[in-house]
Design a protein around this ligand. Structure first.
Ligand code: UD1
Ligand code: CA
Length: 455
């Protein structure tokens, strides 16, 4: 039997108190909806439909390159009404799996179990036992099985004590569902069309409703406010770090690292405390990340040592480089093998070939630096004339003295040496020594002024 998935994502998420629609709030660097889509895509469904509404086009734009069937729910009249909007294009013979975009920690294994345990003609609800069921729909059972779901605001005193709750995940044959949805009423405390009311209808129609329990209440927690966001973030971070440790990555403290995107690592990688990884990051075999580093969308080669307090973004390194402490690799920094980038060095849109060293207090922007070059402390590539950016090219084996200004466009020949304090604005030939600075004068007979008394 075919499977169609419907993800409910139209709600505003008032309790987030945010201008950003709830489904776009970031968890581990990805929108809530992205997590649910990732889980859904593991199920080989015929189609995945997202019901959107609040936030409108903004939501669609974020996911513009995924294969989603978007259905607009212009007015948010309830979860039942939301599912109804999606039913038109769902084949009658299919089963429909309903997920909520605000239940982002759900794992594919749980859904596979739900699908396997539910005969094609039956219905099932993913439930869980929870210590504090406040806010959730309660599962009401009779002696045969589930009889209905009652929402928090409509529950009787006794029902409020029930601790088995609806996770929001429901599996149902589409033909029945279409029927029941048209019969929903909004005669309840919230004046909404509740999806959960279809359970009682199924029971009346003699359809078996299975309550399948999730293993942990954490996996199915619904996210409605910033407190729950933070709670879910910690759970997800622990999960991501756990996976990496299983793959052999070492952490000084698994609780003090944040992965906001995708981190892939080779063998024998070690990550010290307070490292933050954003976007897609790859760390090659044997790379060590020191404390307090931020690394975003970058690829670091084998055996790199990243000392503490570096900021690395859209950059790449070869093998056995040493970066930092306090270094900044900005977008387009392409570093080859065995390069050293030291403290207070900023590199932007530049290539640095193997074995070169830029060890202290330097700005390298729009430059091509050859191999085995030494760049002295305080050197600046003056790449900007106030209007346009220009290139600096430095040949292999060149030695740039301390505090040199390279006024681009300019090139330095292979093996050239530039004296400290030079301001270079014309090309430097290969092999020689170039000095471009005012001559030192020692002034004889000069007298240091006396300190004046202030009255
Ligand atoms: C819902 C369930 C509740 C369950 C809980 C689990 C109903 C009536 N209640 O309650 O039984 O315990 O989830 O987390 O189904 N949405 C729309 N359109 C709407 C309304 C909501 O797309 O008109 C979407 C929301 O964006 C959200 C999901 O449906 O992703 C759930 O809606 P929400 O308002 O959060 O329902 P809960 O009160 O949490
Ligand atoms: Ca919710």
């Amino acid at each position: 039997m075919g499977l169609s998935i419907v993800i409910l994502a139209a709600g505003q998420g008032t309790r987030m108190r945010s201008d950003l629609p709830k489904v776009l709030q970031l968890l581990a660097g990805k929108p809530l909806l992205a997590h649910v889509l990732e889980c859904a895509s593991d199920l080989a469904a015929d189609d995945i439909c997202v019901v959107y509404g609040h936030g409108g086009e903004k939501v669609k734009t974020v996911f513009s390159d995924s294969d989603i069937r978007w259905v607009l729910q212009a007015e948010q009249l309830g979860t039942g009404h939301a599912v109804q909007q999606a039913m038109l294009d769902i084949p009658s013979g299919n089963r429909v799996l309903i997920l909520a975009a605000d239940v982002p920690l759900l794992q594919p294994i749980t859904l596979h179990r739900l699908l396997e345990k539910t005969p094609d003609t039956d219905m099932s609800v993913l439930t869980v036992d929870i210590d504090d069921p406040t806010g959730y729909g309660r599962i009401v059972r009779n002696n045969v099985g589930i009889s209905r779901i009652v929402e928090q605001n409509d529950a009787s005193k006794d029902e409020l004590f029930l601790t088995e709750i609806n996770t929001g995940v429901i599996l149902c044959p589409s033909e029945w569902l279409k029927n029941w949805l048209t019969n929903l009423s909004n005669n309840n405390s919230q004046g909404e069309y509740y999806l959960t009311d279809v359970i009682a209808m199924a029971v009346t129609d003699g359809i078996n409703v299975h309550g399948i329990k999730a293993d942990s209440s954490v996996e199915v927690m619904g996210i409605n406010d910033k407190k729950q966001m933070a709670e879910a973030e910690r759970v997800l971070q622990a999960r991501l770090v756990d996976e990496l440790m299983t793959e052999g990555v070492g952490f000084a403290d698994p609780g003090r690292v944040d992965i906001r995107g995708t981190l892939s690592c080779g063998k024998d990688v070690f990550i010290d405390v307070n490292a933050v990884f954003e976007g897609d990051v790859h760390l090659g075999d044997g790379t060590k990340i020191g404390p307090n580093n931020l690394i975003r969308d970058s690829k670091l080669g084998e055996g790199n040592i990243i000392h503490s307090n570096c900021h690395i973004e859209d950059a790449s390194t070869g093998s056995h480089c040493e970066i930092g402490p306090f270094a900044r690799l900005r977008p387009g920094a392409v570093i080859a093998n065995e390069v050293k980038i030291g403290n207070f060095v900023e590199v932007k849109k530049s290539t640095i070939a193997s074995g070169s060293k830029v060890n202290h207090l330097t700005y390298i922007g729009d430059a091509e630096i050859g191999s085995d070059v030494n760049v002295g402390a305080g050197t600046i590539t003056c790449n900007y004339d106030g209007v346009n950016k220009h290139k600096t090219i430095i040949g292999d084996n060149a030695s740039i003295g301390s505090n040199v200004n390279l006024v681009a466009p300019v090139s330095v020949g292979k093996g050239a040496t530039i004296g400290a304090g030079s301001t270079i604005s014309r090309s430097v030939p290969e092999g020689g020594l170039t000095v471009a600075r005012a001559k030192q004068k020692n002034i004889e007979g000069w007298v240091r002024p006396n300190k004046k008394e202030v009255k």
